[in-house]
Write a protein that binds this ligand. Sequence first.
Ligand code: AKG
Ligand code: FE2
Length: 231
Amino acid sequence: MRQGAERADAIFHLPRQERARLISGDPSKGVRFVNYSVSLDNDAPQDKVDMWSECAHHRWHLTDDFTSQFPECLRSYGEVMRELSKELGGLADRLLSLMSQGLGLKNDRLKRRFEEDPSRKAHANYCPPCPAPELTLGLRPHKDPIALNMLIQSLGASGLQVMKDGEWIAIDPLPNALVINLGDQLQILSNGRYKSTVHRAVNNKDARVSLAMFYGLLNGVADPIEELADV
Ligand SMILES: O=C(O)CCC(=O)C(=O)O
Ligand SMILES: [Fe+2]
């Protein structure tokens, strides 16, 4: 896990020309940089805040070699990613099994639902050292639209905060720990029994990296699973 965050950090320190080649709006690219721009909350323009972060996106998989599309300069990141993907794929299944039990369903119920239409995306987030952290955010407040986010944080600078009872609570990085965040799809599938959490990332004078491994349904979900639907 530590290596996942370290190698992800390397993506953001590639030579300028290599980086330029990765900037793209085309989701079919193996790895692409997207920039978070200004937070555009048009309903509350006074709350606009500058995003001080960069993000690299790619898909992940347990068995397909999704790294074959990675450029040569990301070879060692790809090696770590392949290992991590197998581990986190297994972890996602275990979590879904426990969450199925928690809902009073058969252990494999959620797992089977996800296998019908799976989506696996990774976001490597990088917040560079920020001279004025109080004027910026790394990631604006949001809920993850997908089901599960298995998040690895670099050690050192903290940044992740979760909204609880109207207050922001810092979730500081711990060695060898993952943060498991539930997103909208699990809230919908569970008919509100599991909650999608509002979270954000704040900036620091020091750099920070996080690696979000998302798992969920590719085409989204509009209804709870049948057994939990209101009648
Ligand atoms: O950087 C973080 O800790 C949060 C990442 C996150 O929320 C996301 O990628 O959706
Ligand atoms: Fe998120």
